[in-house]
Unconditional design. Sequence first.
Length: 192
Amino acid sequence: VQEIAAQKALDHLALTPFDSGAWLPTLQAMAKATGSRVTQLLAWDGARNAPFNVYSEAFDDREWLAAGGADPIRNPYIAASRRMRSGDDFTDWEIVSSVERRRHPLIGDVYDRYDIPHLCAFKLLGDNHANWFVVSLRSCHQGPIDVADRKIFRRLCCEAIVAAKRTLALKNEGALLLSGAFCTAVAGLVDD
């Protein structure tokens, strides 16, 4: 089942540069492939904002945002993500101990209440404007991501880097083509 879901995720990833709607089925397949409750595609702007935040299933994150979920001062996972390079990942237990988890106002309250106490985050891309992550969120019952699921998650995320770079390249090429066509049209008008 996991390998079939992983292949579906790879098939959807191949479409994402041409169809942004393919990200949702990609995230859904990634959740199945890794045995996770939900998978998240998150853009973080380096401040306290998450201008792009999509989940594999309907997920109301207003309380998470209101509690400072995207704030590196309040969220140790976001703080850890600041130090990451493209292709790096971490799990919740590598950042916050079980003792700290119970005392932490955001993690002990919001993450636990949403029943997503376990996560594995992978950095896709980063620049001066935003950092892009894929996050596998797991329930208390599912437990922390294990070695096998993390390996699948990393493999899919590495392919997601390729898809994201292709998307950006096509977007930039489209803008260049459009500006070139505009310049050609303007030049044609001047010549007439």
